[in-house]
Design a binder for this molecule. Structure first.
Ligand code: AMP
Length: 253
């Protein structure tokens, strides 16, 4: 049975009642669930007594208003998937309650968050880190499950957990791709059929033996707008725009 909770206070009361022996796994998402999210939920279910899924389209991590407006919201379908996956609790808070302080307080990181995604999406990582900190304070999970698809995000969350002595263990899980190699993303459903055919070239190019510069050039020639293609620590990262849809991915070299 999946219990839906939308009030922070209601969750806090439930959380206090768990025995010490209970371990709690937590999967934060922005909804429009797909097999990538489900892989995190399955991992959490394997390794914990109880699993909490959160769905919250976090306004503070969107730097472009239209992107926040367009972000897919599919709560009825998400609830069905949560039930099918036997998620124990679905936390679905309101922006009013999450940001009762109107975002007066926030978490800032001064180094890694200014590169790659941070460079192209100013303020994105401050919003993301702030909401993750809030969610961790509310849910108080033993383990947090994150996808490698958002590698820079996962690294920043690990750094925050270390810097603020958080007790939650952070587990990263591999990127789930569709049959044509495109990393699953809630934004993929915004791609037209023609744009999808373009989008599948992005992971192929990332995995190719070409240099970052050559990949950028090739993608541009295919009318794919490139934000960046960069290599760090044996990984290649990229972000592109296809039509109105921005996609990110990374691969191990
Ligand atoms: P989102 O709903 O996009 O904020 O993602 C919620 C969590 O799911 C994040 O930890 C993501 O990294 C993870 N995630 C998203 N897409 C995938 C995927 N294709 N494979 C694995 N994890 C993913």
């Amino acid at each position: 049975m999946t219990t839906v909770i939308s009030s922070i206070q209601e969750w806090k009361i439930i959380r206090k009642q768990f025995a010490n022996s209970v371990t709690l796994g937590f999967v934060p998402t922005m909804g429009a669930l797909h097999a990538g999210h489900l892989s995190l939920l399955k991992k959490s279910k394997q390794n914990n007594t109880l699993t909490v899924l959160s769905i919250f389209v976090n306004p503070t991590q969107f730097n472009v208003e239209q992107d926040l407006k367009n972000y897919p919201r599919t709560f009825p379908e998400d609830l069905t998937l949560a039930k099918q996956t036997a998620v124990d609790y679905l936390f679905f808070p309101s922006a009013e309650e999450m940001y009762a302080d109107k975002y007066q307080y926030c978490i800032t990181e001064n180094s890694m968050s200014t590169t790659m995604e941070g460079k192209y999406r100013p303020g994105h990582f401050n919003g993301m880190l702030t909401v993750v900190m809030k969610l961790l304070q509310i849910i108080k999970p033993d383990r947090l499950y994150l996808g490698e698809k958002d590698y820079q995000q996962a690294e920043l969350i690990k750094g925050m957990a270390q810097s603020f002595f958080l007790d939650t263990e952070i587990v990263t899980c591999p990127t789930i791709r569709d049959e044509r190699g495109l990393a699953l993303s809630s934004r993929n459903q915004l791609l037209s059929v023609a744009d999808y055919e373009k989008a599948i070239l992005f992971p192929r190019m990332l995995q190719s033996a070409l240099s970052c510069k050559e990949i950028s050039k090739m993608l541009s020639q295919m009318e794919i707008e490139v934000d960046y293609i960069e290599e760090h620590n044996g990984r290649r990262f990229g972000a592109v725009k296809i039509g109105q849809v921005r996609l990110i991915d990374n691969v191990l070299l």
